[in-house]
Design a protein around this ligand. Structure first.
Ligand SMILES: Cc1ncc(COP(=O)(O)O)c(C=O)c1O
Length: 272
Protein backbone atom coordinates (compact mmCIF):
# COMPACT_ATOMS: atom_id res chain seq x y z
CA UNK A 1 0.00 0.00 0.00
CA UNK A 2 2.86 2.40 0.77
CA UNK A 3 4.78 1.63 -2.39
CA UNK A 4 3.57 3.04 -5.74
CA UNK A 5 3.85 -0.36 -7.39
CA UNK A 6 1.64 -2.26 -4.97
CA UNK A 7 -1.77 -0.63 -5.42
CA UNK A 8 -4.79 -2.44 -6.89
CA UNK A 9 -4.06 -0.62 -10.15
CA UNK A 10 -0.55 -2.09 -10.25
CA UNK A 11 -2.16 -5.54 -10.19
CA UNK A 12 -4.40 -4.55 -13.12
CA UNK A 13 -1.47 -3.05 -15.05
CA UNK A 14 0.67 -6.16 -14.64
CA UNK A 15 -2.22 -8.46 -15.59
CA UNK A 16 -3.05 -6.45 -18.73
CA UNK A 17 0.61 -6.49 -19.82
CA UNK A 18 1.08 -10.21 -19.12
CA UNK A 19 -2.08 -11.02 -21.07
CA UNK A 20 -1.06 -8.81 -24.01
CA UNK A 21 2.35 -10.50 -24.03
CA UNK A 22 0.76 -13.96 -24.01
CA UNK A 23 -1.60 -12.96 -26.84
CA UNK A 24 1.26 -11.54 -28.91
CA UNK A 25 -0.16 -8.00 -28.75
CA UNK A 26 3.07 -6.86 -27.15
CA UNK A 27 6.26 -8.01 -28.86
CA UNK A 28 9.35 -7.41 -26.71
CA UNK A 29 11.89 -5.29 -28.57
CA UNK A 30 9.21 -3.88 -30.90
CA UNK A 31 6.23 -2.66 -28.90
CA UNK A 32 5.88 0.50 -26.84
CA UNK A 33 3.12 0.65 -24.22
CA UNK A 34 1.06 3.86 -24.18
CA UNK A 35 -1.59 5.17 -21.75
CA UNK A 36 -3.04 8.42 -20.40
CA UNK A 37 -2.59 8.41 -16.63
CA UNK A 38 -0.46 9.92 -13.90
CA UNK A 39 -2.18 7.89 -11.25
CA UNK A 40 -1.70 4.49 -9.73
CA UNK A 41 -2.27 2.73 -13.06
CA UNK A 42 0.61 4.76 -14.52
CA UNK A 43 2.91 3.73 -11.67
CA UNK A 44 1.88 0.12 -12.11
CA UNK A 45 2.63 0.32 -15.83
CA UNK A 46 5.96 2.09 -15.30
CA UNK A 47 7.19 -0.51 -12.82
CA UNK A 48 5.88 -3.55 -14.68
CA UNK A 49 7.28 -2.27 -17.98
CA UNK A 50 10.67 -1.65 -16.34
CA UNK A 51 10.60 -5.22 -15.05
CA UNK A 52 9.58 -6.60 -18.46
CA UNK A 53 12.03 -4.33 -20.36
CA UNK A 54 9.22 -2.77 -22.42
CA UNK A 55 9.26 0.97 -23.10
CA UNK A 56 6.23 2.90 -21.82
CA UNK A 57 4.95 6.36 -22.78
CA UNK A 58 2.46 8.16 -20.55
CA UNK A 59 0.37 11.25 -21.27
CA UNK A 60 0.05 12.83 -17.83
CA UNK A 61 -2.16 15.86 -17.24
CA UNK A 62 -0.20 18.91 -16.08
CA UNK A 63 -2.37 19.13 -12.96
CA UNK A 64 -0.62 16.06 -11.55
CA UNK A 65 2.03 16.94 -8.97
CA UNK A 66 5.64 17.48 -10.06
CA UNK A 67 6.68 14.74 -7.60
CA UNK A 68 4.42 12.18 -9.30
CA UNK A 69 5.66 13.16 -12.74
CA UNK A 70 9.31 12.95 -11.62
CA UNK A 71 8.73 9.56 -9.94
CA UNK A 72 7.17 8.16 -13.12
CA UNK A 73 10.28 9.21 -15.04
CA UNK A 74 12.54 7.73 -12.36
CA UNK A 75 10.73 4.42 -12.85
CA UNK A 76 11.48 4.59 -16.57
CA UNK A 77 8.31 6.06 -18.15
CA UNK A 78 8.59 8.69 -20.89
CA UNK A 79 6.14 11.54 -20.38
CA UNK A 80 4.79 12.50 -23.79
CA UNK A 81 2.98 15.47 -25.30
CA UNK A 82 4.19 18.08 -22.80
CA UNK A 83 4.02 20.93 -25.37
CA UNK A 84 0.60 19.83 -26.63
CA UNK A 85 -0.67 19.61 -23.03
CA UNK A 86 0.70 23.11 -22.35
CA UNK A 87 -1.23 24.32 -25.40
CA UNK A 88 -4.46 22.86 -24.04
CA UNK A 89 -4.63 19.33 -25.48
CA UNK A 90 -6.05 16.66 -23.18
CA UNK A 91 -4.05 13.52 -22.30
CA UNK A 92 -6.59 11.55 -24.38
CA UNK A 93 -5.84 13.73 -27.41
CA UNK A 94 -2.11 13.24 -26.86
CA UNK A 95 -2.53 9.45 -26.88
CA UNK A 96 -4.82 9.56 -29.92
CA UNK A 97 -2.29 11.71 -31.80
CA UNK A 98 0.53 9.26 -31.01
CA UNK A 99 -1.58 6.26 -32.06
CA UNK A 100 -2.54 7.99 -35.32
CA UNK A 101 1.09 8.95 -36.04
CA UNK A 102 2.75 5.75 -34.84
CA UNK A 103 4.22 4.89 -38.22
CA UNK A 104 5.81 8.32 -38.66
CA UNK A 105 7.17 8.12 -35.11
CA UNK A 106 8.64 4.69 -35.89
CA UNK A 107 6.60 3.12 -33.08
CA UNK A 108 4.40 0.09 -32.71
CA UNK A 109 2.09 0.90 -29.79
CA UNK A 110 0.04 -1.22 -27.43
CA UNK A 111 -2.62 0.99 -25.81
CA UNK A 112 -3.58 -0.50 -22.44
CA UNK A 113 -6.82 1.60 -22.46
CA UNK A 114 -7.79 0.92 -18.84
CA UNK A 115 -11.21 2.55 -19.28
CA UNK A 116 -12.28 0.16 -22.04
CA UNK A 117 -10.13 -2.92 -21.54
CA UNK A 118 -12.11 -5.93 -20.20
CA UNK A 119 -8.83 -7.31 -18.84
CA UNK A 120 -8.94 -4.51 -16.24
CA UNK A 121 -11.95 -6.25 -14.62
CA UNK A 122 -10.56 -9.74 -15.19
CA UNK A 123 -7.36 -8.78 -13.34
CA UNK A 124 -9.41 -8.29 -10.19
CA UNK A 125 -11.78 -11.20 -10.76
CA UNK A 126 -8.96 -13.65 -11.46
CA UNK A 127 -6.17 -12.27 -9.25
CA UNK A 128 -7.07 -9.57 -6.68
CA UNK A 129 -10.32 -11.30 -5.65
CA UNK A 130 -8.69 -14.70 -5.03
CA UNK A 131 -5.81 -12.89 -3.22
CA UNK A 132 -8.43 -11.47 -0.82
CA UNK A 133 -10.27 -14.81 -0.57
CA UNK A 134 -7.02 -16.44 0.60
CA UNK A 135 -6.75 -13.83 3.35
CA UNK A 136 -10.38 -14.44 4.37
CA UNK A 137 -9.44 -17.97 5.45
CA UNK A 138 -8.54 -16.32 8.75
CA UNK A 139 -12.34 -16.06 9.38
CA UNK A 140 -13.66 -19.61 8.76
CA UNK A 141 -17.18 -18.70 9.97
CA UNK A 142 -17.50 -15.84 7.50
CA UNK A 143 -20.61 -15.98 5.29
CA UNK A 144 -21.46 -12.37 4.46
CA UNK A 145 -19.23 -9.47 3.42
CA UNK A 146 -20.01 -5.78 3.15
CA UNK A 147 -17.53 -4.74 0.47
CA UNK A 148 -16.87 -0.99 0.59
CA UNK A 149 -15.14 0.43 -2.48
CA UNK A 150 -15.12 3.40 -4.81
CA UNK A 151 -15.09 3.54 -8.60
CA UNK A 152 -12.86 5.22 -11.16
CA UNK A 153 -13.07 2.74 -14.00
CA UNK A 154 -15.21 0.48 -11.79
CA UNK A 155 -12.90 -2.46 -12.43
CA UNK A 156 -11.91 -3.57 -8.95
CA UNK A 157 -15.39 -3.15 -7.44
CA UNK A 158 -16.82 -5.29 -10.24
CA UNK A 159 -14.04 -7.89 -10.39
CA UNK A 160 -13.64 -8.41 -6.63
CA UNK A 161 -17.41 -8.58 -6.01
CA UNK A 162 -17.76 -11.20 -8.75
CA UNK A 163 -14.87 -13.23 -7.30
CA UNK A 164 -16.28 -13.15 -3.75
CA UNK A 165 -19.80 -14.08 -4.90
CA UNK A 166 -18.33 -16.78 -7.13
CA UNK A 167 -16.63 -18.22 -4.03
CA UNK A 168 -19.97 -18.47 -2.23
CA UNK A 169 -19.95 -15.36 -0.02
CA UNK A 170 -23.07 -13.20 0.25
CA UNK A 171 -21.76 -9.76 -0.70
CA UNK A 172 -23.33 -6.39 0.01
CA UNK A 173 -21.43 -4.17 -2.45
CA UNK A 174 -21.27 -0.56 -1.29
CA UNK A 175 -20.14 2.19 -3.66
CA UNK A 176 -18.47 5.16 -1.95
CA UNK A 177 -18.93 8.47 -3.75
CA UNK A 178 -17.62 11.96 -3.00
CA UNK A 179 -20.38 14.23 -1.64
CA UNK A 180 -22.16 15.91 -4.55
CA UNK A 181 -21.22 13.28 -7.16
CA UNK A 182 -23.54 10.72 -8.72
CA UNK A 183 -21.44 8.65 -11.09
CA UNK A 184 -24.41 6.63 -12.32
CA UNK A 185 -26.16 9.78 -13.56
CA UNK A 186 -22.91 11.36 -14.75
CA UNK A 187 -23.02 14.15 -12.13
CA UNK A 188 -19.59 15.23 -10.93
CA UNK A 189 -18.39 18.09 -8.75
CA UNK A 190 -14.79 18.89 -7.86
CA UNK A 191 -13.62 16.77 -4.91
CA UNK A 192 -10.54 15.44 -3.13
CA UNK A 193 -11.02 11.69 -3.76
CA UNK A 194 -8.53 11.49 -6.64
CA UNK A 195 -8.97 8.22 -8.52
CA UNK A 196 -12.74 7.87 -8.12
CA UNK A 197 -15.68 9.79 -9.66
CA UNK A 198 -13.27 10.93 -12.37
CA UNK A 199 -15.78 12.79 -14.54
CA UNK A 200 -17.05 9.88 -16.63
CA UNK A 201 -19.49 7.15 -15.65
CA UNK A 202 -17.26 4.25 -14.51
CA UNK A 203 -17.25 2.38 -17.83
CA UNK A 204 -16.59 -1.13 -16.55
CA UNK A 205 -18.64 -0.94 -13.35
CA UNK A 206 -21.42 -3.55 -13.34
CA UNK A 207 -24.17 -1.49 -11.67
CA UNK A 208 -26.28 -4.62 -11.17
CA UNK A 209 -23.79 -5.67 -8.49
CA UNK A 210 -24.10 -2.47 -6.42
CA UNK A 211 -26.46 -2.71 -3.44
CA UNK A 212 -25.88 0.67 -1.80
CA UNK A 213 -24.22 4.03 -2.45
CA UNK A 214 -22.86 6.10 0.44
CA UNK A 215 -21.50 9.64 0.04
CA UNK A 216 -18.52 10.97 2.00
CA UNK A 217 -17.57 14.62 2.45
CA UNK A 218 -14.04 15.95 2.83
CA UNK A 219 -14.13 16.43 6.60
CA UNK A 220 -15.27 12.82 7.20
CA UNK A 221 -12.52 11.60 4.85
CA UNK A 222 -9.83 13.66 6.65
CA UNK A 223 -11.06 12.48 10.05
CA UNK A 224 -10.86 8.82 8.95
CA UNK A 225 -7.37 9.43 7.49
CA UNK A 226 -6.08 10.80 10.81
CA UNK A 227 -7.81 8.07 12.82
CA UNK A 228 -6.26 5.36 10.64
CA UNK A 229 -2.79 6.91 10.95
CA UNK A 230 -2.95 7.24 14.71
CA UNK A 231 -4.49 3.78 15.29
CA UNK A 232 -2.59 1.73 12.71
CA UNK A 233 0.47 3.80 11.74
CA UNK A 234 -0.41 3.96 8.03
CA UNK A 235 -1.09 7.25 6.26
CA UNK A 236 -3.68 6.02 3.76
CA UNK A 237 -4.74 7.96 0.66
CA UNK A 238 -7.95 9.90 0.17
CA UNK A 239 -10.13 7.25 -1.49
CA UNK A 240 -8.88 4.70 1.06
CA UNK A 241 -9.82 7.08 3.88
CA UNK A 242 -13.27 7.73 2.39
CA UNK A 243 -13.87 3.97 2.31
CA UNK A 244 -12.49 3.60 5.86
CA UNK A 245 -14.95 6.29 6.97
CA UNK A 246 -17.88 4.36 5.47
CA UNK A 247 -16.57 1.07 6.89
CA UNK A 248 -16.48 2.66 10.37
CA UNK A 249 -20.02 4.01 9.95
CA UNK A 250 -21.46 0.52 9.28
CA UNK A 251 -19.35 -1.30 11.89
CA UNK A 252 -22.47 -2.25 13.88
CA UNK A 253 -23.51 -4.60 11.04
CA UNK A 254 -20.65 -6.99 11.73
CA UNK A 255 -20.79 -10.35 13.49
CA UNK A 256 -18.84 -13.62 13.48
CA UNK A 257 -20.49 -14.34 10.15
CA UNK A 258 -20.44 -10.85 8.64
CA UNK A 259 -17.32 -8.72 8.12
CA UNK A 260 -16.58 -5.47 6.32
CA UNK A 261 -13.98 -5.52 3.55
CA UNK A 262 -12.35 -2.42 2.17
CA UNK A 263 -9.15 -1.51 0.36
CA UNK A 264 -6.17 0.65 1.26
CA UNK A 265 -5.56 1.71 -2.33
CA UNK A 266 -2.47 3.83 -1.80
CA UNK A 267 -0.71 6.18 0.62
CA UNK A 268 -1.69 9.73 1.51
CA UNK A 269 1.53 11.62 0.73
CA UNK A 270 0.57 12.14 -2.94
CA UNK A 271 -2.48 14.10 -1.93
CA UNK A 272 -1.06 16.46 0.70
C1 LIG B 1 -6.39 5.87 -5.32
C2 LIG B 1 -7.43 5.21 -6.18
N1 LIG B 1 -8.58 4.84 -5.62
C3 LIG B 1 -9.56 4.26 -6.35
C4 LIG B 1 -9.41 4.04 -7.71
C5 LIG B 1 -10.54 3.39 -8.50
O1 LIG B 1 -10.17 2.12 -9.02
P1 LIG B 1 -10.92 1.49 -10.28
O2 LIG B 1 -10.33 2.14 -11.52
O3 LIG B 1 -10.64 0.01 -10.22
O4 LIG B 1 -12.37 1.82 -10.15
C6 LIG B 1 -8.21 4.43 -8.33
C7 LIG B 1 -8.02 4.23 -9.76
O5 LIG B 1 -7.10 4.74 -10.38
C8 LIG B 1 -7.20 5.02 -7.55
O6 LIG B 1 -6.03 5.38 -8.10
Amino acid sequence: MNIPGSSHKARAARYILDRALAEGKIIPGQTTVIEKTGGNFGFGLALACADLHIPVELAVGLSFSAVKRRCLELFGASLIGIDALKQGSTPREVVEWHLANARGLGKSYFYTDQFNNPANVLAHEIETGPEIIDQLEAWPELEEISFVGCAGTGAHLTGITRALRGDGYRVNAILVEPAGCDSKSGIFVSHKLEGCAVGVKPPVLDWELIDETIHVDESAMLYAQRQFATKHGFFIGNTSAACASVAASIQSRTSRHHKILTIAYDHGLWYV
